[in-house]
Each structure stands twice: as C-alpha cells, then as structure tokens.
Write a protein that binds this ligand. Structure first.
Ligand code: GDP
Ligand code: GDP
Length: 466
C-alpha cells in the first residue's frame, strides 16, 4: 500500500466509526487469505480510488502504566510515529473541548501532514463546531459524517491535495524514486500561484452521474450519450449489469459515467425498486463531480426531483438539469420559459444553474447538454485570489453595508476562498452570529456575478475576527 493513515482524536469523536467505514468490510477477506500474515495493527482501506493502510490505534499494546489518559496518549503517539498522514478528528456537533487541543498539539508537534476531519457534521448545530475547527491551526476542516457516510469525496480530495497525486496513488509494486517527498510536495503547494489554472487534471476522467426519477429517461440518455446499446432500455426488470460505471469519451475528453439505471434494474419487486433508487441516487451523487438531473419535461419538478436536487446541492456537487422528452412538448418556447422560471424559483441555492432541453430518444440537445456539463465542472473548480476577493468585498460592502444590530454596526473585514469543488469562502467579521441570512445571500449572489460562478453550490462560513 502506498501510505499509512492514523485516525487521531479524543474519545467519542467517531474514530472507530470512520475506521470501520474505511477498512471494515474488507477485514474478513484479508484475514481469510491463506499464507498471508498481516500486521494486525494496520488494515487495508479504501476511499474511492485511494488505497492505503489505516492504523488501528486500539491495536497497540501499550506499556504506559497509570491512567487511561496516559495509555491513550501513548497509543496516539505510537500511531502518529507510524503514520504518513493523519486524520485528526473533532466532533463538530459537540464543538471543541480542551482535550481536542491537547491531542491537536501532539499532532502538530509531529510535523506530519494532517487532514482535519470534522465529524458528525450532519447533526443539527454542527456548523459552529466546524468553524471552531479552524482554531486548531491544522488547516481547513473537512465536514463528514462517518456514521452516514457523508462528505467522503471531500475527504478523498483533501488527501490527494495534501499528498500530491503521485504519492496518493503510489503503490509499492513499483518503487518510484521520482516521487517527491511529502515535505517537498507541501512546499510546492505553498508557493503555488493562487491565480493559476484551476487544480483539476484534464487527463483524468470526469466523473458524471445521471440521476432522476424512474422513467425520466436515464437509461435512454446514457445510451444516447455513449452511442451504443451498452445498457438495455425498456420496462423489463431483472436484467443485470456487473459494472456500475461506464468509461467513454466525449470529444476526446475521458468521462466516467456512474450507471444507477443499470443498478436499479437488478431490483425485482416494486418495493425494493423504490428503495434502491434512493440509495443508488445517493451513491451516484457521492461518486460524481457533475450530476445530470434528468426531468421528464411533461411532468417536471415533482417532489422527488426536488429532493434529489437538494441532495446534490447539500453534497456540494455541480449539477446540470436535462429537460428530457422535449420531443413531446408542443409549445417549446413557452414551455422553456416556464421551466426556467420554475428552476430559478425552486432552486435558488444554485442560481444560474444550467438547464438544457434534450430528447434522449432522438438525440437532440445532447451536444448542448455536454457543453453544460463541461462548463459546470469548470465553474465548480473555480478559484479566486484573495486579493481580487477583498477588492470586491470592499466595493460591495461600501455599496450596501451590513445592517446595524442593536445599534452597533457589524464590521466585515476580510474574505478568502478556502476550497474549490465546490467553491467555499470564509468571511471574517465582528459578531458573526448576528450577520443576517439575507446579507449572506447578498454576498453570495455578488460573488456569483462578479467572478462568474453560476449554478454550483457556494459555501460561505463566517468567522469571528478580533
Ligand atoms: P471513538 O471513540 O472516537 O472511536 O468514537 P466512536 O466511533 O466509538 O463513536 C462515538 C459515538 O459517536 C458513537 O455513539 C457513534 O455512533 C457516534 N458517531 C460516530 N460518527 C457519527 C456521525 O457521523 N454522526 C453522529 N451523529 N454520530 C456519530
Ligand atoms: P429510466 O427509468 O429513467 O432509466 O428511464 P428509461 O430510459 O428506461 O425511459 C423510460 C421511458 O421513457 C422509455 O419508454 C423510453 O423510451 C422513454 N423515453 C426516454 N427518453 C425519451 C425522450 O427523450 N422522448 C420520449 N418521447 N420518450 C423517452
């Protein structure tokens, strides 16, 4: 395996839960392999396309006598020594407690690369704990829910960003002297030009998922896109496909398409089918960078369509809407105006989202749909330099200052982009709790317009400044 990860944090933050998610189901398989003796303290783990070992902290025999705390501290220190990368976990629901700072200090002293993982992020009120995470000085917290499996694509991206592609995908069969040491990679990233091209690699397949309600036309659309009858369409159930993704190319650009439709057809009974479509939709969303939401234009924006869109937005993916079965629409101009108005009204969180009329059956509109997918992906990767952001902030706040609360003006001081995919910003200001949502929306809309970031989720956190 390429590298070793230790999950560190005070008790109860959810380390074992994440451990089990990363390594859990594969343990039995490994232990059953005859003739293979493995170090029991490390377990092979997988996070999408990343393969690594995860260190089982609890597996260490610890010599320290005395308190549980002393023993835990020693376990932690051994695990850190063995690790190439640390997942430092906090509980976003509970917020920071003094123990978090103690453990963070040990981690910081080790000098090892760290991903700050803010667990239980799905819980009500977790936003505050997430923001407190910045105080640890371990970088930007990655919100996840180990229990519900949410936020894992961002965790994967954080690992790749920290280690560099070469190290993240290294495997030990081919020892490679050219792989830069971790410290070199980090130094390289520090001096990177913030105005440089977005940090995505055009040679890697773009991950796309096609989701929507049953019968919206997903399979037909996928067939039309990949240009061959790779998937079987039609109403009959029980047809199985082994693979859950299809590789293809669009005008020379490599694409990987997650095939929920194929998975759904494995279901035999109606009830199971309904359940599967939701769970598969979720898996597809987490897999994808861009999600195409297929609507049946003759019955658009049903409740389930909106729920799916909402899920995509919450998971932070880029989305594009396909108004399918356009060949059945009698007054296309009026219909399009009506659907665009509904889109803007029902999905205000992704203002400017690209929505394209298509007919999967006749193939019309597919070029435009794929252009929209490429554009959404580009926008999703947007990075704006801190200098440009703050010049914009100054103008914007001067033009329309934040309201006074209880007679005192809020002071908005500074903005910076902390992540892409989707774009995430941190705003620092006095009394962050008092910034009205309407003002946050004003700023987010301003960011969209000024820096051309339409149609993708934008994350905005507000920090207290002194
Ligand atoms: P550890 O002591 O750090 O290994 O923590 P555990 O993995 O044993 O988890 C502690 C508690 O937090 C358990 O009750 C878990 O069910 C719960 N937990 C773990 N992950 C999550 C999560 O993502 N969300 C919520 N709400 N609870 C979680
Ligand atoms: P899925 O359940 O979302 O995968 O939907 P299918 O691809 O199986 O399509 C459901 C039905 O809608 C099938 O009878 C298709 O032939 C039909 N269909 C799909 N796309 C179109 C389209 O663009 N126009 C028309 N008229 N029918 C379509």
């Amino acid at each position: 395996m390429g590298f070793k990860v230790a999950i560190i944090g005070r008790p109860n933050v959810g380390k074992s839960t994440l451990f089990n998610r990363l390594a859990g189901r594969r343990l039995a398989l490994v232990d059953d392999t005859p003739g293979v003796t493995r170090d029991r303290r490390v377990h092979p783990a997988k996070l999408y396309d990343l393969q690594f070992d995860v260190i089982d902290t609890a597996g260490f025999e610890v010599a320290a006598a005395g308190t549980l705390q002393a023993r835990m501290r020693e376990q932690t220190e051994i695990a850190i020594t063995e690790a190439d990368l640390i997942f430092f976990m906090i509980d976003a629901k509970a917020g920071l407690v003094p123990d978090d700072r103690t453990f963070a200090e040990i981690v910081r002293k080790s000098g090892k690369p760290v991903v700050l993982v803010a667990n239980k992020a799905e819980a009500r009120g977790a936003q505050g704990g997430l923001l407190e995470g910045y105080e640890l000085g371990l970088g930007e917290p990655v919100p996840v829910s180990a229990e519900h499996g949410q936020g894992l694509p961002d965790l994967r991206d954080a690992v790749v960003e920290l280690l560099g592609e070469a190290r993240a995908f290294e495997d030990d069969e081919e020892e490679d002297d050219d792989v830069p040491a971790i410290s070199e990679t980090l130094i390289g990233e520090d001096v990177a030009d913030p105005d440089a091209e977005p940090d995505y690699d055009e040679t890697k397949p773009m991950r796309i998922a096609v989701i929507g309600r049953p019968n919206a036309g997903k399979s037909t659309l996928i067939n039309a896109l990949i240009g061959e009858e790779r998937l079987l369409t039609g109403p009959e159930a029980g047809i199985t496909r082994d693979s859950i993704s299809v590789d293809w190319e669009w005008r020379g650009r490599a694409m990987k398409l997650f095939d929920t439709a194929g998975m759904r057809r494995k279901a035999k009974v109606q009830e199971k089918l309904e359940k599967l479509s939701v769970a598969d939709g979720l898996r597809a969303i987490r897999f994808a960078e861009v999600v195409i939401v297929v609507l049946d234009s003759t019955i658009p924006f049903e409740k389930q369509d909106l729920q799916l869109a909402d899920l995509i937005i919450r998971e932070g993916r880029a989305l594009v809407i396909a108004f399918n079965k356009w060949d059945l629409i009698e007054h296309p101009q009026e219909a399009l105006a009506d659907l665009r108005e509904k889109t803007a009204r029902l999905l205000p969180q992704v203002r400017g989202v690209l929505a394209v009329p298509v007919s999967a059956e006749t193939g019309r509109g597919l070029d435009k749909l794929m252009d929209a997918v490429l554009k959404a992906h580009r926008v999703w990767n947007t990075r704006v330099s801190t200098a440009r952001l703050n010049r914009w902030l100054e103008r914007t706040v001067a033009h329309h200052p934040p309201p006074a609360v209880a007679g005192r003006r809020l002071k908005i001081k500074y903005i910076t982009q902390v992540k892409a995919r989707p774009p995430g910003f941190v705003l620092s200001c006095t009394r962050p709790d008092e910034v009205p949502q309407s003002y946050v929306r004003y700023l987010v809309n301003g960011l969209r317009e000024t820096f051309d970031i339409p149609g993708v989720p934008i994350r905005m956190s507000i920090h207290a400044s002194e």
